[in-house]
Each structure stands twice: as structure tokens, then as C-alpha cells.
Design a protein around this ligand. Structure first.
Ligand SMILES: NC(=O)c1ccc[n+]([C@@H]2O[C@H](COP(=O)([O-])OP(=O)(O)OC[C@H]3O[C@@H](n4cnc5c(N)ncnc54)[C@H](OP(=O)(O)O)[C@@H]3O)[C@@H](O)[C@H]2O)c1
Length: 268
């Protein structure tokens, strides 16, 4: 299938590791010039080196900025445009859960911090990127949400609500900018084995005296029983959908939410 991504310029926020890295690498493999973003400079450099090693012809740039802070997303967009001359694809991937807690334990500050990272980062990056996309009459914005935005459970209500807000933002932007050739979609993974999840599983493995792989199986059984494969997903399994949505092949798709969740969300 011809994806039409050769030479397109893509910024992926939060892409030194995990799902963001897999997305950036997959876009580079399809010929995109990619900009990696994260806060830790050493991690960014090693991520860029990994892509250059596997794809020697790839054009890769890095921008160290905190997208949860005012100015961080805007700087990532501005540096993308100044380095490569345009921005065609924006993947708002940076996100996190904050404290793994129940409603009564969470403070206003914790709610605000999660919303800054998971929602405001995407608002600011989109606001900065859209004028460039309007000028070229072509753009793709892909927001990385979560199953928790559609099927929230009792824990982490601040995270769940922030991902629901991101889903809503996707729909609003898709309606506001479709006529400008800008397509906006959401991808909602569930339980993907990234460094974040590895750390959580390693802790559980240690406390239960089992292997990390066994801890993964136990977690799925106890907390994600609807995942029909009985395992966590891999970052690459999310990246493929994002690449498709960024491509010319997705030209009639906007305002949608694509689940990459192994069946975890139980509703139709
Ligand atoms: N893993 C899952 O099971 C899962 C499930 C559903 C949804 N998601 C969503 O998928 C996205 C990626 O998750 P992940 O598991 O791949 O995360 P991860 O393994 O923790 O990787 C996070 C990446 O984002 C960067 N980052 C974190 N905070 C940042 C900030 N404030 N500014 C810029 N970069 C930042 C990190 O680098 P630095 O630390 O150096 O900044 C790193 O490159 C998130 O939106 C998450 O909510 C994940």
C-alpha cells in the first residue's frame, strides 16, 4: 500500500521511549523526517541514534522540552518548522498517569498536573501547528489517548478524565479544521509494555517473588480481564495504526477513536 509519507515532516511528543519512540521509528521507516521530543537530553540522543542505526538514511532531529510546561509544546513545533521547513504530522503522545491513586487521595495539584501533561500539551502543540497545516492545506493530528478515556475504572480518576478530555478535543478539532485539510484522530491503547509498565511489573514481580513475564500475566488476569490475548501489547502494535492515520490512505477518516486494546474496552 502506498502511504504517501515520503518526505512528510512529523513531530512526535514524548518519543525518546515507549509508544512515542515506536511511532517515530515507524514514521521514519515510511520516509518521514521525524522530530523526537522528551525532557531528558541523553535519552533523546540515544533514541535518535537507535533510529539512525536501523535507518541510516533517516532525517531525525531532537527537541528537549517539557510539553507539560507553558512554551514546551510551542517550542517543539517551532523547532520542527525551523529545522525541516514545515510540519505535516503532529502526534500528541506525551502523557502520564501521575500518582496511581483513588479519588479521595488525589489533590487539586495532582489533577492539574495530569491535565497539563495529557491535555494542555496537546492543546498548545495543536494551536502552534494548525496555522502551518492550514497554509499547506494538509495536516494530520493524532492524539494518543487510552482505553481509560472510554472505559474509566475506579482508580486514577484524574488520568481517566484527562484522556476523556483529549478524546473530546480530537472531535472538536476534527470539526473545526476538516475544511482546511487537517484530519484529527485519537488512538487509544490499553496496557502496552513500555518502560513505564516494565517498571510497574518489575515491582510487582519482586513483591510477589515471580518473574516479570508472570507478573504481566497476573496483571492482565486481575486488572484487564477483557484483553483476549492474555498479554500486554507491544509499542509497535500501536505505531502501525498511527502511521496509517498519518498517511494519504486515511483521507476520509477524522474525529475517530481507534482502539488498540486487545479487546479491553467491553462496549461496542
Ligand atoms: N503504556 C501503556 O500501557 C499505555 C496505555 C494507554 C495509553 N498510554 C499512553 O501512551 C502514551 C505514551 O505512554 P508510554 O507508556 O509510552 O510512556 P513512557 O514509557 O513513560 O514514555 C514516555 C515518553 O514521554 C516523555 N515524556 C514524559 N513526560 C514528558 C513531558 N512532560 N514533556 C516531554 N516529554 C515527556 C518521556 O521522556 P522524558 O521522561 O525524558 O521526558 C518518554 O520519552 C501516554 O500518553 C500514555 O498515557 C500508555
Amino acid at each position: 500500500m502506498e502511504l504517501g509519507l515520503q518526505g512528510k515532516i512529523a513531530l512526535v511528543t514524548g518519543s525518546s521511549k515507549g509508544i512515542g519512540f515506536a511511532i517515530a521509528e515507524a514514521l521514519a521507516r515510511e520516509g518521514c523526517k521525524v522530530v523526537l521530543n522528551g525532557r531528558n537530553v541523553a535519552d533523546l540522543q540515544s533514541a535518535a541514534a537507535r533510529i539512525r542505526k536501523s535507518l541510516p538514511a533517516a532525517a531525525v532531529h531532537t527537541v528537549a522540552s517539557d510539553v507539560a510546561a507553558p512554551g514546551g509544546s510551542e517550542r517543539a513545533v517551532a523547532e520542527t518548522v525551523s529545522r525541516f521547513g514545515a510540519i505535516h504530522v503532529l502526534v500528541n503522545n506525551a502523557g502520564g498517569i501521575g500518582r496511581f491513586g483513588a479519588f479521595a487521595e488525589l489533590t487539586d495539584e495532582e489533577w492539574l498536573a495530569v491535565f497539563q501533561l495529557n491535555v494542555l500539551s496537546a492543546v498548545r502543540a495543536s494551536r502552534a501547528a494548525i496555522p502551518h497545516m492550514q497554509r499547506q492545506k494538509w495536516g494530520r493530528i493524532i492524539n494518543i489517548s487510552s482505553e481509560s478515556g472510554t472505559q474509566p475504572d475506579a482508580l486514577m480518576p484524574h488520568y481517566n478524565a484527562s484522556k476523556s478530555a483529549l478524546n473530546s478535543l480530537t472531535k472538536s478539532l476534527s470539526k473545526a479544521y476538516g475544511a482546511d485539510g487537517i484530519l484529527v484522530n485519537t488512538v487509544s491503547p490499553a496496557f502496552i509494555r513500555t518502560p513505564l509498565v516494565e517498571e510497574m511489573l518489575a515491582n510487582q514481580a519482586e513483591s510477589r517473588g515471580i518473574s516479570v513475564d508472570e507478573a504481566e500475566r497476573v496483571f492482565v488476569k486481575e486488572f484487564r480481564p477483557n484483553i483476549v490475548f492474555g498479554r500486554a501489547g507491544r509499542p509497535e502494535e500501536t505505531a502501525g495504526v498511527v502511521v496509517f492515520l498519518a498517511s494519504e490512505q486515511a483521507s476520509f477518516i477524522t474525529g475517530s477513536n481507534f482502539r488498540v486494546d486487545g479487546g479491553s474496552v467491553a462496549s461496542l
